[in-house]
Design a protein around this ligand. Structure first.
Ligand SMILES: CCCCCCCCCCCCCC(=O)SCCNC(=O)CCNC(=O)[C@H](O)C(C)(C)COP(=O)(O)OP(=O)(O)OC[C@H]1O[C@@H](n2cnc3c(N)ncnc32)[C@H](O)[C@@H]1OP(=O)(O)O
Length: 172
């Protein structure tokens, strides 16, 4: 599946907590391709509250983690989060239109390094880095049926890992 610049990223699957349209407890993220990365707007509300009037940090981390998963769709690389590190620079307020962006900064072997930010009115509130590790399709198919759309649509066309684990185009 080729996703053009500005085009919507399909949900990982309909019930994904981050981007699935069917998940009633989900964030319903809608991502678009931005270069070799993705961007999304997000408004958090009282369902996502931690301190009064502010977003729970775990929710913000989950949103960025899911955006990294969107970058994988752009790259066509099945991978999972091995490590996620979040710098909370400023409180994230509820009811604001937040801009989230994520990209892959580097890859080597099976490893991909991600970087993402949350901004509110152009000020960075949150910055995250993550290590993703490329996995075979059986990582997903051994737990559930992943043949159907939308998961199957794009994961079925993902490149199988090359012997050296490389193959993520557009990443260093
Ligand atoms: C086509 C697009 C597909 C998109 C995908 C859909 C996403 C779906 C939704 C997305 C939603 C959002 C995303 C989610 O929510 S993903 C859900 C949360 N993540 C998981 O559940 C992952 C669980 N963990 C595992 O399955 C395994 O531990 C993995 C697969 C990660 C590695 O186990 P595996 O046995 O396979 O590999 P390895 O142990 O030989 O390690 C390999 C290399 O990695 C290095 N390493 C490993 N761990 C760490 C670490 N913590 N810090 C630093 N380094 C680490 C390791 O040193 C080695 O390096 P090197 O020695 O080679 O240099």
């Amino acid at each position: 599946m080729t996703i053009r610049e500005g085009q919507s990223i399909p949900p990982h699957q309909d019930n994904c907590f981050g981007c699935g349209p069917r998940n009633p407890a989900g964030l319903h993220l809608r991502m678009q391709r931005n270069g070799m990365g993705v961007v999304a707007d997000l408004v958090l509300d009282e369902r996502h509250e931690g301190a009064p009037g502010l977003a729970h940090g775990g929710v913000v981390a989950a949103a960025l983690d899911d955006l990294f998963g969107g970058v994988l769709v752009v790259l066509g690389v099945p991978a999972v989060t091995a490590n996620l590190s979040v710098d909370y620079r400023a409180p994230v307020r509820l009811g604001r239109t937040l801009t989230l962006s994520a990209t892959c900064t580097r890859s080597a072997g099976r490893k991909l390094w991600m970087h993402g930010t949350v901004t509110d009115a152009n000020a960075i509130t949150t910055e995250a880095t993550a290590l993703f590790v490329r996995v075979g399709l059986e990582h997903f198919s051994s737990h559930a049926d992943v043949a159907g759309p939308p998961f199957g649509d794009w994961i079925g066309q993902a490149r199988t890992p090359s012997p050296d684990g490389s193959g993520a185009s557009g990443v260093r």
